[in-house]
Design a protein around this ligand. Structure first.
Ligand SMILES: [Zn+2]
Ligand SMILES: [Zn+2]
Length: 280
């Protein structure tokens, strides 16, 4: 599969000359399987440029939302294929005990926040609530489970038939509530089984150590914690991602340089930059 980063920023789109290299768009990752199946992971502001890369003759697109915080859905109304009559668009997202996925998405896709209602979009939209049993989309088998982040939030493990495995955990705080992190067994650690021995892990690394101490419980990881999580998960290749809006390109160069030199990881680390494509 080919995996492309279209949005690498956390919390708030952060365009500007000081963020141009790592990118200012919020979370969105495109996945293309060897048989041509397209998955869109989250609908942050990066989804607008992803749409321009798609084949206009596609019959079906699947959007997998990890949760409904604004930085993960803000691009949805600007995703051109939603306005294409006859295109099948399947949107997957976490269930909630309070409102359905449709009711929660319609809060954003309706006035006064957005001029077009979800039900008025001309594409053929089908909504699916996860986690549920593993499910198949084209050549992919997908697993999801709830992970540690405020509100219903899932992570995804995407395995291509006869190919590699990608784990996507953009907003995740596995260290919350346990001083033993990362020494608990993988099965007892949030997201541990989703990430186990993945070929590529894309994971939250929003904070530096000082910021994390000020934001315990906000649902994100420090870069050092995310490196520990990748080690515990025994992944082959790690992409730190969901960069804090306050971090400039120069800050990220320094933070990644220091943390990687300290951790000396046995796996490959590629800091998440908008526009990068990985082949698994
Ligand atoms: Zn986020
Ligand atoms: Zn979030």
């Amino acid at each position: 599969m080919l995996v492309t980063l279209w949005g690498t920023r956390g919390s708030l789109a952060t365009p500007g000359p000081e963020t141009a290299r790592y990118g200012g768009n919020t979370s969105c990752v495109g996945v293309r399987g060897r048989e041509g199946t397209v998955l869109v992971l989250d609908a942050g502001t990066g989804i607008r440029r992803l749409a321009a890369s798609l084949d206009s003759t596609a019959k079906r697109i699947d959007i997998l939302l990890t949760h409904l915080h604004m930085d993960h859905i803000q691009g949805l109304g600007f995703f051109g294929p939603l306005y294409r009559a006859g295109l099948a668009v399947h949107i997957w997202g976490p269930a909630s005990s309070k409102l359905t996925l449709q009711e929660r998405l319609a809060r954003y896709l309706s006035p006064p926040l957005f001029p077009v209602c979800l039900r008025e979009l001309p594409s053929e939209i089908t909504l699916h609530e996860v986690p549920c049993d593993d499910f198949d989309i084209g050549e992919f088998r997908i697993s999801s489970s709830l992970v540690c982040h405020p509100g219903p939030t899932v992570g995804y493990r995407i395995a291509e038939a006869g190919g590699g495995t990608l784990t996507y955990l953009p907003d995740h705080e596995p260290a919350l509530g346990t001083q033993a992190f990362p020494s608990l067994p993988r099965a007892w650690t949030s997201g541990g089984e989703l990430a186990a021995e993945a070929d590529l892990l894309i994971h939250d690394s929003q904070y530096d150590a000082h910021q994390y101490r000020q934001h315990v419980g906000w649902g994100h990881s420090s870069l050092v914690q995310s490196l520990d999580f990748a080690k515990l998960s025994e992944v082959k290749h790690f992409v730190p991602f969901h960069h804090d809006p306050s971090h400039t390109d120069a800050d990220l160069d320094r933070l990644f340089g220091e943390a990687i030199a300290e951790a000396t990881p046995a796996y490959e680390v590629t800091p998440g930059r908008e526009g990068t494509t990985f082949k698994i």
